[in-house]
Design a binder for this molecule. Structure first.
Ligand SMILES: [Fe+2]
Length: 352
């Protein structure tokens, strides 16, 4: 009974299969390869060799005569390639078979040696064949896994960046008791609305993040301006209106993996009638994610306390959303928000 081969062994040695019809040659080869540290098995014919090879195995080295009693070199190579594609096959040939031997090199043999085999030559060729195999495997490893590793590292870098930005957003809101929790509420309102509109998966995740970060550009706005209770001068209004573009610049590292987040940040103050900022986009030119954030942002702004006014009741805020639907806000988005507002109403700050 034969046992299918796999390698390398737990003790670090590697498997090798020697296939030769001549018992004396076979024993000489086995002695040499065992001295090289291989754990060897032997076969006197092609079928026996293939039986020992098994299927889907990873035999490092096969040393075989090019003319086995039942299989020629081409048949053996084809079958070894199918069962164990990474095996280095070193063929032993006679001078009369040199043309066939060269053909076998084209069919994937690692090397050819002429019989009678010199021990020194066999040792050198086996080392070379295994080096070639190791390089091939290493090359494939890099091809298959390097891109995956780079992607994983890029995701981790983005995750760390996001954590920093989210902490910054919290710190920004903490400065102003009136806006505390604003971004998180906007994010919840926007996600509920987006889900109602059919968003899901990663698209929904980007809207969640876009809601959390939509006002991040305000870190570049003077605190005294953000907290000013009275009417703003035109110059001050201009300064505040810089926050969407500034926020987009800050979050530029998200451009590749989360472009919708940038759209939320840049365009959440656009109006469907084209009079918003910073780009005066109108209607469907405004990214849908930003139109969703705009509704959520407006609702939260109305239902929270401000230094200059009391908060709207939920009913009054919804009425106001409907009033500006189609001029300031996207009508379809307002309808979606209307449909889910009972779901998000518990998040509305309680009036004191
Ligand atoms: Fe804003």
């Amino acid at each position: 009974m034969t046992t299918a081969i796999s390698g390398p062994l737990p003790d670090g040695s590697a498997h090798c299969l020697v296939a030769d019809p001549d018992p004396d040659v076979r024993q000489a080869l086995l002695c040499l390869l065992k001295a090289q540290g291989f754990c060897c098995q032997e076969a006197a014919c092609g079928r026996d060799a293939l039986d020992q090879l098994g299927n889907g195995t990873d035999l490092p080295l096969l040393v075989a005569d090019i003319r086995l009693p039942d299989l020629d070199g081409f048949e053996l190579l084809a079958e070894v390639r199918r069962r164990s594609p990474d095996t280095a096959v070193v063929l032993l040939s006679r001078a009369a078979d040199s043309a066939t031997a060269v053909e076998c090199l084209h069919y994937g043999a690692a090397d050819i040696l002429l019989k009678p085999v010199s021990i020194r030559e066999l040792r050198a060729r086996v080392v070379r064949a295994l080096e070639k195999r190791a390089l091939f495997l290493q090359n494939r490893y890099y091809q298959e896994y390097l891109e995956q590793r780079i992607h994983a590292q890029a995701s981790r870098i983005q995750e760390i960046f996001l954590q920093g930005v989210q902490m910054l957003a919290r710190a920004l809101e903490a400065k102003d008791s009136y806006t505390s929790g604003h971004s998180i509420r906007v994010s919840h309102y926007a996600v509920a609305t987006a889900r109602q509109l059919g968003f899901e998966g990663l698209d929904l995740q980007q809207i969640r993040l876009g809601g959390e970060l939509h006002d991040i550009g305000k870190v570049g706005t003077r605190e005294s301006l953000l907290l000013k209770p009275g009417t703003l001068t035109p110059d001050e209004v201009g300064q505040i209106r810089e926050h969407p573009a500034l926020g987009e610049q800050m979050l530029a590292p998200l451009a590749h993996q989360s472009p919708a987040v940038l759209r939320c940040v840049r365009s959440h103050h656009e109006r469907v009638d084209g009079t918003g900022f910073p780009d005066r986009l109108g209607g469907s030119d405004i990214p849908i994610e930003a139109r969703i954030i705009a509704v959520a942002d407006s609702f939260d702004a109305m239902t929270t306390h401000r230094p200059y006014r009391a908060p709207y009741s939920v009913g009054d805020a919804l009425a106001e959303l409907r009033r500006v639907s189609g001029s300031q806000l996207d009508a379809k988005v307002v309808l979606a928000f209307d449909a889910v507002y009972t779901e998000v109403a518990p998040l509305v700050p309680v009036m004191s």
